[in-house]
Structure formats: C-alpha cells, structure tokens
Ligand binder design. Structure first.
Ligand code: RP5
Length: 170
C-alpha cells in the first residue's frame, strides 16, 4: 500500500511511464507491502535524482524499482548513488526505438554497478522480484509470495481443465 514509510520505492522518468510502472504497485498492493511511487527524471531533474538516491536508504527504503524509456539512464544512475538493490524496468516509450534503446541502456551496466533488469514493460515482474528480495528476511511476505505463486499455478491448471472440457464441443 502507498506509505510515508515505504519499503519499496517505485520511480519513473516521466508521467508517461505510469501505466506500465503502476503494475509494480498493483502487485505490492496485493501483498500489502508499503511502497511509494513518484517521478524522478535523470535528465530533467538530475538534482532530484541525486537527492532521492542518496536519501533512500536512510528513509527505510530497501529496494528501488526504476523505470524509464528511450535513453534510460535513471536506473543505472540511481544504482550508482546507493547500495540498495535497483530493479530496472525498460519502458517502450513514445521516444523509443522499439524499446531496444531502453533495454540496452538499463541492461548493459558496467562491472561494479548492477541493475537487475526485467523484460520490456515488465513492471509486474519488478514488483514480484522486489517482494522476493524482502521475503528473504520477512516471514509474512514470504508466505504471501508463495501463496500468490501457488494461485498462479492453480489458475493455469484450471485453464487446462476448462480447455479440456471445451475441446469436447469443438
Ligand atoms: C524517458 O523518456 C521517460 O522515462 C519516458 O519513458 C520517456 C518519454 O518521456 P516523455 O517525453 O513522455 O515525458 O525519460
């Protein structure tokens, strides 16, 4: 849930990234992990980015999810300014070359400054990965993550059974 004392901080380069990045928030909401979500632009608000990244750990943030499109420097630059784990979400934005610019900018980090990069527009997986990191030291979150995974498996098995029944009518 949105919180003034977030364990996960979701940041993005632009308001236009919100429809993708809100999928990370939805997952965190579903397992009641306190998070914040805001806009921090590496290029348009570089001082805000530095202030955000340098203060995040002292504010109690444990994992940062950073999404950006185009020349996506936000995840890597934030990672360079904090020891917290940073999960990068490449966003297929209006200024993007089919997403590849963003994928490569976030993925191809130099040795020493890692960014855990998920798929293009993969903000839901970023939320899941953040929860799995927190689950290492939190029994409640671990139980929720396992429960969600089991439900996902059951949903697929239910689809298999439904399709098997429908096949008799095809
Ligand atoms: C990036 O440029 C943002 O992360 C966004 O994905 C992209 C386009 O931004 P807008 O021009 O829509 O604000 O910095």
């Amino acid at each position: 849930m949105p919180s003034a004392n977030p364990h996960v901080s979701i940041i993005m380069g632009s308001q236009s990234d919100l429809s993708v990045m809100s999928q990370a928030a939805e997952y965190l909401n579903s397992i009641e992990i306190p998070y914040e979500i805001t806009i921090v632009s590496a290029h348009r608000t570089p001082k805000r980015m530095v202030e955000f990244a340098e203060a995040a750990s002292d504010r109690g943030v444990k994992v940062i999810i950073a999404g950006a499109g185009g020349a996506a420097h936000l995840p890597g630059m934030v990672a360079s300014l904090t020891h917290l784990p940073v999960i990068g979400v490449p966003v297929k934005s209006s200024n993007s070359i089919d997403g590849w610019d963003s994928i490569l900018s976030i993925l191809q980090m130099p040795n020493g400054i890692p960014v855990a990069t998920v798929a293009l527009n993969g903000a839901k997986n970023a939320g899941i990965l953040a929860a799995e990191i927190l689950a290492i030291s939190d029994d409640r979150i671990r139980a929720k993550v396992i429960e969600k995974r089991a439900k996902q498996t059951q949903d697929v098995l239910d689809s298999v059974a439904l399709l098997d029944r429908q096949k008799q009518d095809i």
